[in-house]
Design a protein around this ligand. Sequence first.
Ligand code: ADP
Ligand code: G6P
Length: 471
Amino acid sequence: MSRLIIVSNRVAPISEGGPAAGGLAVGVYDALKETGGMWFGWSGDVLSSGQPHMQVVERGPVTFATIGLVRRDYDQYYRGFSNATLWPAFHYRPDLIQYDRHDFEGYCRVNAWLAQQLVPLLQADDVIWVHDYHLIPFAEALRAAGVKNRIGFFLHIPFPAAQVLLSVPPHRELVKALCSFDLLGFQTQRDLRAFSDYIVSEAGGEVEPGLAPAPATVRAFGRTLRAAAYPIGVYPDEVAQLAKAGTRGKPVRTMKATLHDRKLIMSVDRLDYSKGLVERFRAFERLLDRSPACRNQVSFVQIAPPTRADMHAYQDIRLRLEAESGRINGRFAELDWTPIRYIHRQYERSVLAALFRQSHVGYVTPLRDGMNLVAKEYVSAQDPDDPGVLVLSCFAGAAEELSGALIVNPIDIDGMADALGEALAMPLAERRARYRDMIAQLRENNVSVWRDNFMRDLRAAGEKRRTAKTR
Ligand code: ADP
Ligand code: G6P
């Protein structure tokens, strides 16, 4: 069997052996720990002087090959084009897009440089799987360096509607670069449709749908490639085990003791403007406004570790949330009750899973999200005999699969307050039925299935390319 090479900007922290907050690191780590292989990417270090050196570390079946970035590369490639241009555009926030053509040059330059660092580590038979928006030009760069291996790409975040993508000045270069991969994977059918629409309406290409489960065939920019939706999953039984184990731990026991018999609403997200936290806080406030019976009877815990904290948009959302939580708590808190507990810490996976299991409502309402693994972890962590209810945004990729959730529009504050009220009052029989429906779906499409389906199609796509060339 050929070796799997994962390439992503963010790599799970090597020393702790487990993933950082963020769906990519969590999902990829889970997928790779079973098959083994190499994971290549940024070490997380930013060097103010000297040259970056590759560090290669073996951890069980996974070899981590990581390298630092010099300050200018970090600013242009990561903070600049990836996170100030692509991230807001792909999350439908054209109002937040900042564009500087030097950042785009830096983005392409760093992709080419990273590709050159990887080349000496490659073997002829390796299958290369590149992840996420930081590395769109990576296949072009590898091909330019003479690499003939199969190369696939998976986008963890949404692919925007063509009209939104047009606001990114080098949109054509980006989509052309995507067409250098052998296989493109998206989280949802909605993302695949948006990409196909761009190919047909803006790039003059064509998309021939595959007979399911075969991927679609895309012809554009003189290339033929494959594309399909591969919704990323979790290991639901593993999360359930973690949740059970975590319940006996001190953090969860302390939490329970301070809750007394109040009901618990739980949210866990990176502190990102795409997560809809302001609207979420306001909908909880609306619930308290409208339902006096909920006051002092329900607590809302929002865990939100800061992320990309050196960017204005992230400093801004942090200030807004501090103001909102302070305002709402000031309005409703009593001597023995704080309505919103707003926490910036990272927690062990077992602690998060156990908190999910203790809670009555999982409150997951991003304004846009590629998938949202938290929604899947929440359901997985539940006690099958007494499960909580998932309130889920229609704009999370997970909403395509989790039909047992109460689906809300995160712009609709009253609608979200209604859903919270309905979730808190939902009878046991209905909670169980909804849980059974969702857990069956999560087991059927776990993270191994995600990886295996993608790898199956990448191997087939690469074969087709080779045979086409030898003809
Ligand atoms: P995103 O990829 O945008 O961050 P996801 O919901 O897909 O969103 O993935 C987030 C991942 O990070 C989940 O696996 C979640 O458990 C983890 N995570 C989020 N917040 C924390 C935290 N405070 N501590 C530890 N892990 C976290
Ligand atoms: C999302 C992105 C990932 C990213 C993660 C954390 O999950 O899809 O690519 O790694 O957020 O963000 P960061 O900028 O800290 O890597």
